[in-house]
Design a binder for this molecule. Sequence first.
Ligand code: RIB
Length: 316
Amino acid sequence: MTARITVIGSLNMDLVTNAAKIPAPGETVIGGDLHTVPGGKGANQAVAAAKLGADVSMVGRVGNDIFAQQLLDNLTAVHVNHHHVIHDKEAASGVALIVVDAAGQNSIVVAPGANGRLTPADIDAAAEAIKTADLILLQLEIPLETVLRAAQLARQHGTKVILNPAPAQPLPPELLALVDILIPNESETATLAGLPVGSPAEIEAAAAKLRQSGVGTVILTLGERGALLAREEETVQFAPFIPVQVVDTTAAGDAFIGGFAAALAEGKSVTEAIPWGNAAGSLAVARRGAQTSLPARAEVGKVLAGASPEQLQGVA
Ligand code: RIB
């Protein structure tokens, strides 16, 4: 069965450089070459899912500059339908300023540009893409009222809603009530739950707190600690896939979400789909850039073929 996924979210051009360290406030450091790489959490997740075989549509806005066409061309290259990406003549395309340090960790500032002008009316105009999808993917690089409208339409038409609350911000209960699966990373979990996420016990407590907000299924992406699934019937810890070498963590979370969503939409269970996300994330951190780092289905398949039971089924 072909998985149909609609992503409602951001498209950014990432302006990236490497530096020995991420500068402290007030500090200047000399970096490496400048790279322009297609990114944006929405577009990254769309590309990640498409590369794993899903039939993906993107809803968003690009601006009036040279980045716009490059961002769309990158979607076309992996067959992401961008019929519902609006060319906004009054705004610049979204841009992310990214520094990657020697350990592959990053610091990102996003100038939203056209992403910040995606309206609820734009979502209504793209209603067909939401109605006909198996699931929609949402993040928080577009206005919250627009995220809410997409979730409302999806719920109305029986389309599953996955929210990646990134970058983290307080979420209205009316939005959380429409979310089927919430997928935050460690820092987003700490912000949303208002709790520390240091020890395994703290992580479980934070996941439980997020579930109290009304979301049935919470999946915490924990980087080198794997992923934690928390839902009514179970809490399961999935072991990570260890990357050959961490060169750049940019879009690792997007790779997880695209991989997880592609597997779920093609009929796999939540527990079967999580290793797809973990495997995709581990491959993405071994390469530079956002969309340039996202793996093909065969690569994920190869990683999964060598997986242990702790990676495939997790530990309850
Ligand atoms: O998740 C990574 C992404 O965050 C980057 O591609 C950047 O554009 C920001 O949106």
